[in-house]
Write a protein that binds this ligand. Structure first.
Ligand code: HMG
Length: 388
């Protein structure tokens, strides 16, 4: 029996800061961002959006198709948790009307946790093939203003239905891992912005790629030239280009720069316009590949490198299924991106500086999102979400 991704849908906020605006403000050449890090825009959540609303909006098309009672469990991956105890997915469970007999759990290990959720969901479906699992990865990436990380912020959520006999991607059981206790990127409980040792983090990312690839190829017997396309974790587009060049070098592939580019370029299109969405970013990259590649990807093998700072990394692979295109949502995704509004630098700062109230009072949120779900109020320390 095959197990994997039956449907995939993403969502991001309705506004963005163009990185040329940030560069102008900083008095630097915008090409540092456009070419140097490979990013053009970064999505900013409105005041009534957070990981819950992004997640519910991402999953809505899937739940509308299969019906809320079809989902056996919701696995929610995030590193932008809104509560130390309650799983954010429980709010999503209600917003989407999932059955009370379905369970919810939140998973954390930086950007890697979405892959942990996907693998856990595959194992659950292998035990009970008639019970599909909804995996959602949702994050808001935030760094300090005027830090090197500032241009690599963003936000987004991706929802995937993991099922038996999937329509989009069969995921192979073999994985290669690398785990190491490092401080490349972290966010202590008392901070809303991540701390990062930027240059070090890129080195650890590349080291983890080499180690998890070696583990993967040894355990699976799959060789580099048997993989057609590569989806890398995407903190910024240039990271994937550096990663892919390294992997090709390690494997002495002898490919030209154009051949290397062809294997990753379609994965970068959506993220270039969204920015880092942490747990969601690699899977939004998969969506980007499936929806933007002009090639027929049927029977192509895709390699995935999932990286979560701290760090845990995983290399795995999947094979694209016949008629995968009929299960995709390209028009919906392009609409979400094309209808977004550009922010001025002042508007960006207004959103950036908003701090969640902590006084326990009644705080209605301004109605800003154009998504179906919104954070309506924070009242008595409780977050209240509604459908519009
Ligand atoms: P920086 O230090 O300001 O950038 O920030 P830089 O000075 O190294 O420049 C970047 C590139 O732009 C360089 O190219 C420059 O040459 C080029 P490279 O040497 O890298 O090939 N450049 C230009 N290109 C064209 N025209 C110009 C120009 N000027 C310069 N005019 C840094 C870079 C990555 C450190 C920063 O963005 C950062 O700290 N980001 C956050 C950390 C991060 O994303 N790390 C990635 C690996 S860790 C990870 O992926 C996990 C994560 O997602 C979290 C999680 O797991 O939860 C972050």
């Amino acid at each position: 029996m095959s197990v994997g991704i039956d449907e995939i849908s993403f969502y991001t906020s309705g506004q963005y800061l163009d990185l040329k605006t940030l560069a102008q403000q900083q008095g630097i050449d915008p090409n540092k961002y456009y070419d140097g890090i490979g990013q053009e825009k970064m999505a900013m959540p409105s005041l009534d959006e957070d990981i819950v609303t992004l997640a519910a909006n991402a999953a809505l098309p899937i739940v509308e198709r299969v019906g809320p009672d079809a989902i056996a469990a919701l696995l929610f991956a995030t590193e932008t948790g809104i509560d130390q105890s309650k799983a954010a997915g429980v709010y999503v469970h209600r917003l989407l009307g999932l059955h009370s007999n379905s369970r919810v759990i939140e998973l954390k290990q930086a950007c890697y946790s979405a892959t942990a959720a996907v693998q856990m969901a595959c194992a659950m479906v292998a035990r009970q093939p008639e019970r599909p699992i909804l995996v959602i990865a949702s994050d808001v990436a935030r760094y300090d203003l005027e830090s090197p990380g500032e241009a690599t912020q963003g936000c987004g959520a991706v929802a995937m239905l993991i099922s038996a006999n999937p329509r989009i991607l069969e995921i192979a059981p073999e994985v290669g891992n690398h785990t190491e206790d490092v401080m490349d990127f972290w966010r202590p409980n008392y901070r809303s912005n991540a701390l990062v040792d930027g240059k070090y983090s890129t080195k650890i990312y590349l080291k983890s790629l080499k180690r998890s690839w070696e583990n993967y190829t040894e355990l699976s017997g799959v060789t580099y030239d048997e993989i057609d396309y590569f989806c890398y974790h995407l903190p910024f587009g240039k990271m994937a280009q550096k990663a892919h060049s390294q992997l090709a070098r390690v494997n002495r592939s002898g490919q030209t720069p154009e051949e290397l580019e062809r294997q990753i370029e379609p994965t970068l299109i959506y993220n270039r316009a969204i920015g880092n969405s942490y747990t969601a970013s690699m899977y939004i990259g998969l969506c980007s590949l499936l929806e933007n590649s002009t090639d027929d990807l049927t029977a192509k093998r895709i390699g995935f490198f999932s990286y979560g700072s701290g760090c845990v990394a995983e290399f795995f692979a999947g094979v694209v299924q016949p008629n995968y295109r009929s299960a995709l949502h390209p028009q919906k995704h392009q609409k979400v991106l094309s209808e977004r509004v550009e922010l001025s630098h002042d508007e960006y700062l207004r959103l950036y500086h908003f701090a969640n109230p902590t006084d326990g009072g009644e705080h209605p949120m301004p109605e800003e999102t154009r998504g179906r779900f919104r954070l309506a109020t924070i009242s008595g320390h409780k977050r209240e979400y509604i459908a519009r």
